[in-house]
Design a protein around this ligand. Sequence first.
Ligand code: LMR
Length: 400
Amino acid sequence: VFAHVAQAQDDPILGVTVAYNKDPSPVKLNLGVGAYRTEEGKPLVLNAVRKAEQQLVADRSHVKEYLPISGLADFNKLSAELMFGADSPAILENRISTVQCLSGTGSLRVGGEFLASHHHQPTIYFPTPTWGNHHKIFTRAGLSVKAYRYYDPTTRGLNFHGLMEDLGSAPPGAVVLLHACAHNPTGVDPTLQQWEQIRKLIRSNGLLPFFDSAYQGFASGSLDADAKPVRMFVADGGELLAAQSYAKNLGLYGERVGALSVVCGSSDVARRVESQLRVVIRPLYSSPPIHGASIVATILKDRDLFHEWTLELKEMADRVISMRHQLFDALQKTGTPGDWSHIIEQIGMFTFTGLNKAQVEFMNKEYHIYMTPDGRISMAGLSTRTVPHLANAIHAAVTG
Ligand code: LMR
C-alpha cells in the first residue's frame, strides 16, 4: 500500500549533518546546523546543566510522573520571567499564559495551531529570508504565509525601508514573525531605534507580533539585552506571542525544551487562552517531557546555578565572536577579494557569507566543508584550528 510513496527531500539544515556524518575525510568540517562546539570541535554540556542534573538525581522526590498538559508550572513561570523580565507589568497583572513546549519548533507550532483556530486573520508574514522550518511549521498549522523584505544582499544588512513598506501594507490583524535577536540565517538585527519604529508600525496597523526567541543571551552575551525588543512590545500594553528555545543558550538541544507565551489583554483572557493551548497540545503529544524542563527550572531558581549559567553563556557567545574576528583576519591574510566586514558585523551563531550555491558546492566537494546551500555558516562550529581551512576554501571558491 505504500509503494507509491515518493522519497522526500532531506531537510536543508539537518540533512547537512547527515551528509557530513557519511564523509570519511579527516578534514571535514560541519558548519551546517546551529549547534555550539568547543575549541576542540566537541558538543558542550554546560556545568550548570550537569549540576542541575546531579541535584535532580539526588532528589528522591523527583519522579517521572506525567506533567500537566501545559508542562511544569515552575518552568513556565521562570521562563516567562526570563523572557519578559520579572518586573514585567504583564507578569504582575497575570496577563501571560505560558505553556511548556517541545523547544522552539514545538512552541511555534502550538502557537500556529492556536492562531489558525482563534485568530481572525490567519496570515503570517515572514522575513526574507527566514529559518527554513518557519514556512513548514506555519503552513502545516493552517496559516497562510506571506513575506516581508528583510535582508539586502547588496549591503549585506537590513532592508529597513522594504521591511517598513511591506509591513505597512499588511492587512490589519496579520501576524508578523520577528526574530527576537540574532536573526537566523542572516545574523542581521534591527537597531533598537529601528525596533521602536517597527513596534510603532505594528501597533498602529493592528498587526500581531510573534517573536521567535531561539538565541536569548547568544547575541550579546546578556540575557536581558537580547530580550529588549520583546520587552519593548510588552511595555506598550499590547498583545503578542513569543516562542522560547533553550536549545542554544542552555545547550539543551536534544532535550527539546522550550515555551510558548501569549501576552493577552487581561488575566481573564489569558486564562481562556491557556485552556485553548491545552486543547491544541493534548492531541499532539499529550504533555511535554519532564527532564529538560526540570533542568531549566532548577537552574533558573538557584542563584548560584543561574550565575554560573550566565558566565558560561557569555563564554560561548565570546568564543563565537572571536571566531568571527579570526575568520575575517584569515581572509585578509589570504588576500581574498571582496569586502568581508559583514563577518564581524553580523550577530549570533551564523554568518550569511554571501557565497552562492556553486561556491558552497565547490567548498563541499574540494574541502569537505558542510554548510546550508544559502551560504550560511555556523560560526559556533568553527575553531582556531579550522579557521585556516575555511579561509583557504573561501579564497579558492571566490577566486576559482
Ligand atoms: C539551525 O537553524 O541550524 C537550528 O535552528 C537547528 C534547526 O533545527 O534547524
